[in-house]
Each structure stands twice: as C-alpha cells, then as structure tokens.
Design a binder for this molecule. Structure first.
Ligand code: GLA
Length: 350
C-alpha cells in the first residue's frame, strides 16, 4: 500500500510534491490505515556523471535528503526506471548501468523500484534476462528493495514474475480516471487469481480514487474491486488536497482488511448476467467477501446465492462500507445496487 506520483502529477512531480505526499499520508490517517510507500514515478532522472552514475534532475536537488525525510515520517520511498536506454517518458533508463543504478538507489535509501518495460516489443527471454539482471543487481547492492515489474500483456509476466524476483507486476495497460477504463481493467482480472499470493501480486495499476473523473459510487466500485483482487493499493491522487469522502474511501479499515487479508487470495467472479457481476474473495478466517457490482445505468437488485460461494444454510452478513451488520440470511443475500456501484459484504460466521 502506498502512493505513486504518476496518475496525478505525471511529469510535474518534484521534491516538494513528494514531501507533501508524505506529510499528507501521515496527517490524513492513511499511514495509520496501512499505506507506507511514497513512490516517485518517471521524470526524476537527470544525466549520468562521468563515471556513469545516474543523478536526479533539477526537480530533485537531493534524493538522499528526500529519502531521509520520507523515512523520518515512518514511511518508505520508491523510485522508477526501465531496462532500456530511455524510460517510457523519454528519460534516462538503466540499460547497461543496472549495477550502478541499484547501488545508487541503495545509497539514497530507496525501498521500492518500479521497473517499467517501455519498448513496444520484446520476447519473453529478453524480458526475463532484463528483469533478472536488475533483480541480481539489487541483491548485490544489499538493500531490500521491492521489485515492481511492468510488462503487462504479450509475454504474460504473471507466469514467470516470481522466478525473476518480482514482487508485483502489471497485468494491464495504463488506467485512466474514467469509470469505463477502470471497469474494463478491473473486471478483466478474472482468471489471473492463481498467479497471485503473498509476496507476488498481480497489479491492475494504481488507484484513480480522488482524481475527480468518477462519481462516488464509481470510486467505491474501484476500491472494492481492487480489494477483492488483493491488488496493490497505490493511491494516485494529490494527497495534500483530499475531500473527506476521498479520505474515507482510501482509509476504510474493513475494506483495507479485505485487500490485505493474510491468506492473500485474489478474488474472482462467481456469476455474471450481462452488466451484473458477483465477485468473491475467500478470507483467511473462512468468511467470504462478496461484491455485488452493477455496471449498468439504473439501480438493480442483485443476489448472491450462498451455494455459489460455498456456504450452506444461514450466515451472517455485514456491509463493509456502512460498517453495519445486516443480520442473518438463509441461502442467499440480495441488495439494491446503484448504477456503476457496488454493495460489498462479508458473509459467514465470525
Ligand atoms: C508507463 C507506465 C505508467 C507510468 C509511465 C511513466 O506508461 O505504465 O504507469 O509509469 O510509464 O512514463
């Protein structure tokens, strides 16, 4: 869990924006809710020095001091690079400087590296070689650094990500702050659940919650779906300017507990009728978290049959967004779900 600069700041990220994200992560209550990584995405990179070591550009006058600042808040800091000559935004990449870059990150105190594949092609073997090279370089540099991989389609990174030391990997193209883009990504994750688990996660991209392009029901759907998917929760908004509703969405403890459940199981679809989808995530304590999703334009009553989620007879149902026990239900549970919205419940004995 954390924050990344790209979705909101893109090329405008600088030292000040990262410090204020760290400050706000603490003051908003996000840190207490479990968010920890403050990640600088692309466009921080400057020129290499005479020996080939990477330097930050003028937006980041002192990366070590910035890392120290983030650490002083009890948080961790992430950075971005690519295994090519240029990053996706055309800045200096790590090609042929992997060991030097890993050492620089370790020296600065970096805790997380998003290592992005920016070429439009590449064979599986080329990707495996490039990612392994950086993984080995990080190991050699001696500082524990989370490795986030970014190839998302043609070589099925989820099938081999753990074997190259990846802790998470993108499974999709870039998200945008629109319901249809978010829904297309989120609902298409079905089937990838067998590739996720503790320490190695599918990453359907960073959150858009709070960026303004979706309504409240749509953002609630975004958070609920990402929680059911056990997806990395990397906020992508301006943390220094959040409405109370955005804070409430990002810090709902019961929803975060779904995402962060120790069993680490990624949820999946249990039924679909056109725009109505029922998804389920099995939790470590035996309860089931169920999302009733309505992808159409009008409110609709949706139902989950307990037989679809492996529960027989009666069970307790609790609404996780409302923090409310709804009572005991037998054989099925139904609820009215607003357009583009969700009802997220936890079902089972406690
Ligand atoms: C790619 C990634 C994005 C972002 C940009 C930066 O598009 O998928 O998440 O990191 O590169 O250039």
């Amino acid at each position: 869990m954390g924050w990344n600069s790209w979705n909101h700041f893109a090329g405008r990220v600088d030292d000040k924006a990262v410090r204020s994200a760290a400050d706000a992560m603490v003051s908003s209550g996000m840190k207490d809710a479990g968010y920890v990584y403050v990640n600088i995405d692309d466009t921080w990179e400057g020129q290499r020095d005479d020996q080939g070591f990477i330097q930050a550009n003028e937006k980041f006058p002192d990366m070590k001091a910035l890392a120290d600042y983030v650490h002083s808040k009890g948080l961790k800091i992430g950075i971005y690079s690519s295994p090519s000559a240029e990053t996706c935004a055309g800045y200096e990449g790590s090609l042929d400087h992997e060991q030097q870059d890993a050492e620089t990150y370790a020296k600065w105190g970096i805790d997380y590296l998003k290592y992005d594949w920016c070429r439009p092609t590449g064979t599986r073997d080329e990707m495996i070689a490039a990612y392994t090279k950086m993984h080995d370089a990080l190991q050699k540099a001696g500082r524990p650094i989370v490795l986030s991989l970014c190839e998302y389609g043609w070589n099925k990174v989820w099938e081999w990500g753990p074997s190259v030391g990846g802790n998470l990997w993108r499974t999709t193209g870039d998200i945008t702050d629109r319901y249809f883009a978010m829904a297309e990504i989120g609902f298409n994750q079905n089937g990838l659940e067998k590739f996720a688990g503790p320490g190695h996660w599918n990453d359907p991209d960073m959150l858009e919650v709070g960026n303004g392009g979706m309504n409240e029901d749509e953002y609630r759907t975004h958070m609920s779906l990402w929680a059911i998917l056990a997806a990395p929760l990397i906020a992508g908004n301006d943390l220094s300017r959040m409405t109370p509703y955005t804070i409430q969405l990002l810090t709902n403890r019961e929803v975060i507990a779904v995402d962060q459940d120790p069993a680490g199981k990624q949820g999946y679809r249990v039924s679909q009728e056109g725009p109505f989808e029922v998804w389920m995530k099995p939790m470590a304590d035996g309860t089931r978290v169920v999302g009733l999703f309505n992808r159409q334009r009008n409110t609709e009553e949706l139902t989950v049959n307990f037989s679809q989620i492996g529960i027989s007879g009666a069970a307790k149902v609790r609404d996780l967004w409302l923090h409310k026990d709804l009572g005991n239900f037998r054989d099925k549970f139904s609820a009215f779900v607003p357009s583009h919205g969700v009802v997220l419940v936890r079902i089972g004995s406690e």
